[in-house]
Design a protein around this ligand. Structure first.
Ligand SMILES: [Zn+2]
Length: 459
């Protein structure tokens, strides 16, 4: 018998963290960053609710920061055991954690300039690049399907969750009992990712519920709208600017653009992937093509162009990025950050927002308080890079792209279990969890529990 304590992603969508303890060994499932408004992000700074030195191993479902982003802090605070993940997760983790550490160090530096002026004590970054390097050195990568020893009586096996490259459903064996953690389950309508694998048996199931309250808009309708936006921009002679998330969404967009190009329906002859992080993530996808359903078009570094999407150019250096500013129309520019809070996208917005003929296409979630959210909400002016910009471009929000299973997909996946395990809903906002719980009851006659933060159960 062991216990499981819900330390994060309980009645919320970020900060995934579950502690398994059989009295002798302690295994941490996920070590995610809390993301959102300042009062939520402050949770990242509080001491861990356990001693990291007493943890024997970590098992990680995928590379998204809300699942992995506190690993460097765990290591800094004394964790010395292995971190188990799939090989692509290991590669993506390097990109994402280094970027996160870079931002943490930069934020601390700005904060410290302010504190010095006020004669206050300096602040430490949440973690540094050096902490990330140590965490990466503790990663042990194992492929899907292979059962492996974790620590003491704990074993594990990864199954493909189809959410982002490398994402896993985690089966944990505890003696003869089995705990299944869904991780983030993928959206089966996404062409490049495989369907989430069905799992047949478990004693206890932790099910994510991000979109527990609804189904996504059909992807076909979203793609038709996307194509019309591209055509409109080409006809008007404007650029298409897309703030994109580096991992997953960017590669999906490239896939769709590749399809349009091959079908002879893409007017734009210049496509820029203007983000070193997104370029690196795209290269990881190309490395693991066998795990994907569709080919990701790309370019090679020697100026060669990929046959699937010849207009695509990677712009790695700041000089190449700045040269894009001189292009007044006819280009598609994909750049980060996804919510326009930093990165090169801000410069492209500055040079295009005021142009009536330009199109800004929002393809991912925009949190409250971000420039991206202001655009979605119809702002007529936007304060960016110290300037007050007129918003004349048309702003389009495409809601159909999602890397998460919608409600019907969650229900169908859960229904794959031969016998009903004890069910706990995690990784969702409380109102969405309540809707999903009612649906599970109504459609599958299955009662789910919604655990509180810090609640402990027996598994
Ligand atoms: Zn995720």
């Amino acid at each position: 018998m062991a216990t499981l304590t819900f330390f994060g992603a309980a009645r919320q969508v970020t900060g995934s963290c579950y502690l398994l303890d059989d009295g002798k060994y302690r295994v941490l499932l996920e070590c995610g960053l809390f993301q959102g408004p300042p009062d939520v992000e402050r949770l990242n700074e509080r001491p861990f609710p356990f001693d990291p030195k007493t943890i024997h191993a970590v098992v990680l479902s995928h590379a998204h920061l809300d699942h992995s982003g506190l690993l460097p802090r765990l290591v800094r605070d004394g964790f010395r055991g292995p971190i188990y993940a799939t090989p692509p997760t290991g590669d993506l983790l390097e990109i994402m954690l280094k970027d996160a550490a870079f931002l943490q160090e930069r934020d601390a530096e700005w904060e410290n300039q302010r504190r010095r002026r006020q004669g206050r004590e300096a602040a430490e970054p949440l973690y540094t690049i050096a902490d990330v390097e140590r965490a990466l050195a503790q990663c042990r990568c194992l492929p899907y399907g292979e059962r492996f020893e974790v620590a003491g009586g704990f074993s594990a096996r990864f199954r493909d969750a189809g959410h982002i490259l490398g994402s896993a459903i985690v089966e944990i064996g505890i003696g003869s009992r089995r705990l299944v953690f869904s991780g983030d389950l993928g959206n089966s309508a996404t062409p490049i990712m495989p369907e989430p694998e069905r799992v047949e048996a478990a004693d206890v199931l932790l099910l994510e519920s991000t979109y527990g309250d609804r189904d996504h808009r059909p992807i076909d309708a979203t793609l038709r709208e996307f194509e019309e936006i591209l055509e409109g921009a080409a006809a008007d002679g404007g650029n298409v600017v897309i703030p994109a998330f580096a991992v997953g969404r960017t590669q999906e967009l490239l896939y769709y653009l590749g399809e349009l190009h091959e079908a002879g329906r893409l007017k734009q002859q210049r496509i820029f992937l203007d983000s070193p992080m997104a370029i690196a993530a795209t290269e990881v996808h190309q490395r693991y093509e066998s795990l994907l359903n569709g080919r990701i078009p790309g370019t090679w570094s020697h100026g060669g162009r990929h046959k699937v999407l010849p207009p695509l150019q990677y712009t790695r250096s700041p000089e190449e990025s700045m040269a894009i500013n001189r292009i007044a129309g006819g280009a598609i520019i994909i750049a980060g950050s996804g919510m326009c809070t930093g990165g090169r996208i801000r410069h492209h917005l500055k040079h295009n927002l005021w142009r009536r003929e330009a199109r800004i296409v929002i393809v991912g979630f925009q949190a409250q308080g971000t420039p991206g959210r202001e655009l979605v909400d119809g702002a007529k002016r936007l304060h960016l890079l110290g300037e007050d910009l007129a918003v004349n471009a048309s702003i389009h929000t495409l809601g159909g792209f999602s890397a998460h299973a919608g409600q019907s997909q969650l229900l169908a996946w859960a229904d794959g279990f031969a016998r009903r395990p004890r069910l706990y809903l995690v990784h969702g906002e409380p109102d969405k969890m309540t809707v999903l719980r009612a649906k599970l009851e109504e459609r599958l006659r299955w009662t789910a529990e919604i655990p509180q933060a810090n609640q402990t159960i027996e598994v």
